[in-house]
Design a protein around this ligand. Structure first.
Ligand code: ADP
Ligand code: MG
Length: 236
């Protein structure tokens, strides 16, 4: 079990009344699984992702990473998980406009997120990922010279470069055209087939069949919506 939640709750006060934005969520995910969460705006999806990645602390219940309760971890353990094990691509995340694609990709490393990785190893890995994502010839480009899809692929490369166990992506195809959306989903699918768990939020029905399991967030509840048995079989 890579990540698991038990009776997870997050509440916020609104006009003096407490509202459960995430309501008793019980959820597990294994390595190499690709899970998609759909749900209307305001249903609590982003809050759930923030809880899973340890950015928010629960009002109730727990998040376990490899069996360890995030709540019981000290700062060092938590930052190990947040910097090296989980890679989070927030909604509307983008590249820094003043840096080239290449420098954007190297940035997390220079911010100390590389762990034991040497800069040579990082560069070699980035070159390989750029090739795989069809961006080798765009290395020197600034974000304003890149398309939305190229930026999105850049963000995925950046999240993969540090070799995480879990990628969490909030609406990664939100502003992309249909063709680019499918390309990005196919990349996530390939990533999960390599053993990395991927959890993505998406509204777009055409993205759902790329996942192994689909959930729906409804007023803070996480409800199983569909299992794509075909994908699961194909992977085994
Ligand atoms: N920090 C906060 N304080 C108060 N209410 C919040 C906060 N963050 C989110 N909410 C509320 O929680 C609900 C769910 O938000 P969110 O998780 O962003 O939903 P989604 O990502 O599904 O659109 C919304 O009603 C939002 O206004
Ligand atoms: Mg959201």
């Amino acid at each position: 079990m890579l990540i698991k939640t038990k009776n997870l709750v997050k509440s916020y006060e609104r006009e003096g009344v407490s509202h459960r934005v995430v309501d008793q969520v019980n959820f597990t995910m294994d390595s190499g699984e690709f899970v998609i969460v759909k749900g209307t705006s305001g249903s609590g999806k982003t809050t759930l992702l923030n809880l899973l990645s340890g950015i928010l602390t629960p009002s109730g219940g727990s998040v376990f990473f490899e069996g360890n309760d995030l709540k019981k971890m000290d700062d060092r353990q938590l930052s190990e998980i947040r910097n090296h094990r989980i890679s989070y691509i927030p909604q509307n995340d983008t590249l820094l406009s003043t840096l080239t694609l290449w420098d954007n990709l190297r940035l997390p490393f220079f911010l100390g997120k590389g762990g034991d990785l040497t800069v040579e190893e990082l560069d070699e890995r980035l070159e390989r990922l750029l090739e795989e994502f069809g961006l080798s010839d765009r290395k020197g480009a600034y974000p304003k010279e890149l398309s939305g899809g190229e930026i999105r692929r850049g963000l995925i490369i950046r999240s993969l470069a540090l070799d995480p166990d879990l990628i969490i992506a909030d609406e990664p195809t939100g502003s992309l055209d249909p063709v680019t959306t499918l390309t990005v989903m196919e990349k996530f699918r390939r990533i999960s087939q390599k053993g990395i768990a991927v959890l993505a939020v998406s509204h777009q029905p055409e993205t759902f069949p790329f996942g192994d399991r689909l959930y729906e967030m409804k007023e803070g509840r996480l409800l199983p919506a569909k299992v794509f048995t075909e994908n699961r079989i194909r992977k085994d």
